[in-house]
Design a protein around this ligand. Structure first.
Ligand SMILES: C[S@@+](CC[C@H](N)C(=O)[O-])C[C@H]1O[C@@H](n2cnc3c(N)ncnc32)[C@H](O)[C@@H]1O
Length: 398
């Protein structure tokens, strides 16, 4: 047994800690360039935007760093193999190669997810079974407890995902390093009506070039996502600083590296946001939920919260950045009302917030013009079954 443990430790050092790995940060389509910008800003190398995410390379630390710091991404994968597929044998051979015992803890719940796009491989169910069995065989041969199939409804924090992707004549095997989606930072336990995903909120702020160097107001803050993400950004706090990741369950976790990254992040964080961040909403209970979310995120003291109707309250001292995610309904009547709201919103912004910059989430790309912004930039991304347009620009000065 002592021999097996020593062998495992040696294998981990040689085969997990030493090599340079291929990583892939998955992000909403349309945000690849933004996510690539974030990765470069983190000092990561060979950053290459691809469809649905960004490839990069680096040692284990690179994957840890990406999980801790990426604001716009959804998850980080470690690529174990990318190979040509002529038939089943290629898949079986590749699935038997990785030293699964260094990644998969004994008895861990494992889910093999298969996606095929015009692939030489067929039969998703069979592929998943074969790959799962390859992992089981490897661990059993070493006298280790094999993984068990993850059940539906199983705690997402525990489940290890292994992804098989077949595309044309090639296929890849990747391990998820993240666990629950990266937008689940851990602070938003209370939602409002139609809350924005945390990674999309952060993406809007990054898209607008917000770095915490100007006042910011979210006049329709709901559960507070945009204001909280702004405070995290302004204070240089890592979005993943309060959550756990599935790589922390790997037998090859490099504890010192992970602790070092977290310690460095804590040392570099600012004690307070340098400029005011206002979070406003006209509904009192929603604002209270936002306050509790901000408290959980550790940024309550950075936010100035006020119950106020956007159309009645004066703008706070500025100029700065107005971030806004107005209400939207999917029914036809409510879509018409949402458009009317956008017209009013644009009018009020031009009157009360002259000279401010704006970053907004719109549910129709053709509504961009209703805001009357100058120097407009926009991009469209999927969100909760819809496509939303992120727009930014400046309101004319008075
Ligand atoms: C789509 S939600 C915002 C969701 C928010 N971004 C989040 O992530 O939770 C729109 C919010 O606008 C608020 N609201 C609607 N009309 C308003 C008004 N005239 N003044 C202030 N808030 C308003 C609603 O109470 C609701 O919380």
């Amino acid at each position: 047994m002592a021999q097996t443990t020593m062998n495992l430790a040696r294998r981990i050092k040689r085969h997990v800690w030493a090599p340079v790995w291929d990583w892939f940060a998955v992000c909403p389509p349309g945000l690849e360039w933004l996510c690539a910008q974030e990765l470069r800003g983190l000092g990561l190398e060979e950053v290459e935007p691809q469809e649905g995410g960004v490839a990069f390379r680096g040692k284990l630390e690179a994957g840890y760093r990406a999980n801790l710091w990426l604001r716009s991404a959804s998850r980080v994968l470690m690529r174990l193999a990318d190979f040509r597929v002529r038939g089943w044998d290629d898949l079986l051979r590749q699935a038997a190669r990785p030293r699964w015992e260094v990644f998969i803890a004994p008895g861990a719940p494992l889910r093999v997810q298969v996606s095929l796009k015009q692939s030489n491989l067929k039969h998703q169910g069979r592929i998943a079974e074969e790959v799962f069995d390859a992992v089981v065989r490897r661990l059993e041969a070493l006298g280790l407890e094999p993984p068990r199939p993850a059940q539906g409804g199983e705690d997402d924090n525990l489940v290890q995902r292994l992804l098989v992707r077949g595309y044309g004549r090639r296929a890849s095997l990747s391990l998820d390093t993240t666990g629950p989606h990266l937008h689940r930072r851990g602070y938003r336990l209370e939602g409002a009506q139609a809350p924005l995903r945390e990674n999309l909120a952060a993406a809007l702020l990054l898209f607008a070039g917000y770095q915490g160097q100007e006042p910011l107001v979210d006049p329709m803050c709901g559960s507070g996502t945009l204001a909280i993400e702004a405070a995290l950004l302004a204070r240089r706090l890592p979005p993943g600083g309060q959550r756990r990741f599935v790589f922390q369950r790997w037998p090859s976790l490099r504890v010192k590296t992970w602790e070092h990254l977290r310690r460095k992040a804590a040392e570099a964080a600012l004690p307070r946001a340098p400029h005011p961040i206002w979070a406003r909403d006209r509904h009192g209970p929603v604002l209270e939920a936002a306050r509790r979310n901000a408290q959980r995120a550790g940024v309550e003291a950075d936010l100035e919260m006020l119950r106020a109707d956007f159309f009645k309250a004066p703008a706070p001292p500025g100029p700065g950045l107005v971030v806004i995610n107005p209400p939207y309904g999917r029914r036809l009547g409510s879509v018409r009302q949402a458009r009317e709201l956008m017209v009013r919103l644009g009018r009020h912004l031009r009157r009360a917030y002259a000279g401010w910059r704006v970053a907004a989430v719109l549910y129709r790309p053709e509504w961009v013009g209703l805001l009357g912004l100058r120097g407009t930039k926009s991009l469209t991304v999927p969100h909760g079954g819809l496509r939303v347009t992120l727009v930014t620009g400046r309101l004319p000065a008075a």
